[in-house]
Write a protein of this length. Structure first.
Ligand code: ATP
Ligand code: MG
Length: 426
């Protein structure tokens, strides 16, 4: 029988790569907590209806990308394709929006979309996202954008571009919609198939078609910002002013849209030229209509999601994977030495050192080779004579300087030992 393989569009994240993931998650947790965002964890499957209402039936996600199945109780269940709908469902269910205050939340986890797998596009992928609910102020839009740029910058990523647009509010879009239909109708036969279908159903979405020919036609399409109401215009101007005040560069992208009524005002994407076709690392915007759409109290909101796989593809071009390296590699041979080595390793771990214990029982020479390969700062060696005297050989790997020391002394002078380890790391 053949060996079983991972499902197409899914990937194992192996130990050689996990350092990137942990680094991103650590830096994200740090940056988000500094802005008082709290983590929320919601289930990875929900009632299908949540996504139909919360993402919209006319979208690619709901139309053709969802993993939907019937469970044994004949309920329609969907693996979450994104994070926002579940977060909003949860906040409504637990009445956390009732008081009218501001909620700052973040999440991370797996998302599922049935798409054609390629670099930076998978069927199970991961996002980190934030949601800021309860403020309609342009400063909220700018706060979440600034957090995204901070995070990407803290990870050392450069050459990222922020694309910005405003889709106004539903009422602003009525006139724009008509202008779009008038503009695209003469080109109908040249549009890609999806866009032809959208021409009357949701012409705004033609603007973000990935088809090159359609994109070229869309370049000259009527711009939504020419149809913004004064109020929407003011919001958009203020967002731009505040971004400039913060020193965050951006460019207006008239084709950047979210095609559904509950998306309002700001839409943005952060892109990299180093990602090929899958260039968007972070996508977000304001969604003032969503909470009410899902049955909650009218609550303005803004958020974004970063695609972890794409982020890590970028990181991999910059730095090698952070590795887990021992402070001490413990080498031992002989029953009583091996028992003492085990105890010593546990004691050193309990006071905070990273300790790898060689379990092979092989000759010292072979154990030393493994100690070398481990990248350890120091090696601790216990043989019969050390076991008899309750001592240990402490050998600094970089200098090969070795000294015998009583085990009790090693453990009694921990500050000194930590300093020595730090000194040898540099
Ligand atoms: P795209 O246009 O690339 O399909 P999207 O508009 O569908 O992206 P969003 O729903 O805005 O993406 O999700 C936010 C981010 O999540 C994207 O910018 C991307 O980084 C990441 N992402 C989305 N779909 C996938 C996927 N199938 N595999 C990997 N990452 C993804
Ligand atoms: Mg997509």
């Amino acid at each position: 029988m053949g060996a079983i393989q991972a499902i197409r569009g899914t990937r194992d994240i192996l130990p050689g790569e996990i350092g990137y993931w942990q680094q991103v998650e650590m830096v994200a947790a740090q940056i988000l907590s500094r802005a008082l965002y709290q983590e929320i964890r919601t289930p990875i499957f929900e009632q299908t209806e949540l996504f139909e209402r919360g993402i919209g039936e006319a979208t690619d996600i709901v139309g053709k990308e969802m993993y939907t199945f019937r469970d044994r109780g004949d309920r329609s269940i969907t693996l979450r394709p994104e994070g926002t709908a579940g977060v909003v469902r949860s906040l409504i269910e637990h009445k956390l929006l009732a008081s009218g205050g501001v909620q700052r939340l973040w999440y991370k986890g797996s998302m599922f979309r049935y798409e054609r797998p390629q670099a930076g596009r998978q069927r199970q992928f991961h996002q980190i996202g934030v949601e800021l609910l309860g403020s309609a102020d342009p400063r909220a839009d700018v706060e979440v954008i600034a957090i995204a740029t901070d995070l990407l910058q803290a990870l050392g990523l450069k050459n990222l571009k922020l694309d910005l647009n405003s889709v106004g509010r539903g009422v602003d879009r009525i006139a724009h919609r008509e202008a779009l239909v008038n503009y695209f109708t003469p080109y109908k036969d040249e549009l890609d198939k999806d866009s032809q279908e959208r021409l009357h159903r949701n012409p705004l979405r033609i603007l973000d078609s990935k088809d090159e020919k359609t994109q070229a036609i869309a370049q000259n399409a009527p711009k939504i910002i020419d149809h913004l109401s004064d109020e929407s215009r003011r919001h958009f101007d203020r967002v731009q002013q505040l971004l400039t005040d913060l020193g965050i560069e951006y460019q207006i992208n008239h084709c950047l849209v979210r095609g559904l009524d509950y998306y309002t005002h700001t839409a943005f994407e952060i892109k990299s030229d180093d990602l090929g076709a899958q260039s968007t690392v972070c996508g977000g915007g304001r969604y003032d209509g969503l909470v009410a759409e899902l049955g909650g109290p009218d609550t303005p909101a803004v958020g974004w999601a970063i695609g972890m796989e794409r982020l890590i593809l970028l990181l991999q071009k910059l730095v090698s994977a952070p590795a887990l390296v021992p402070d001490f590699y413990v080498v031992s041979k002989g029953d009583s030495a091996e028992a003492q080595a085990l105890i010593l390793a546990q004691k050193l771990r309990s006071v905070g050192f990273r300790v790898e214990l060689d379990l092979s029982g092989s000759a010292f020479g072979k154990q030393f080779k493994r100690a070398d390969r481990s990248g350890a700062i120091a090696c601790l060696v216990l043989g019969d004579s050390e076991a008899q005297n309750n001592t240990v050989q402490l050998k600094w790997m970089a200098t090969q300087v070795q000294q015998a020391i009583a085990q009790a002394d090693l453990l009694s002078n921990l500050d000194n030992l930590k300093q020595e380890i730090e000194r040898h790391k540099n």
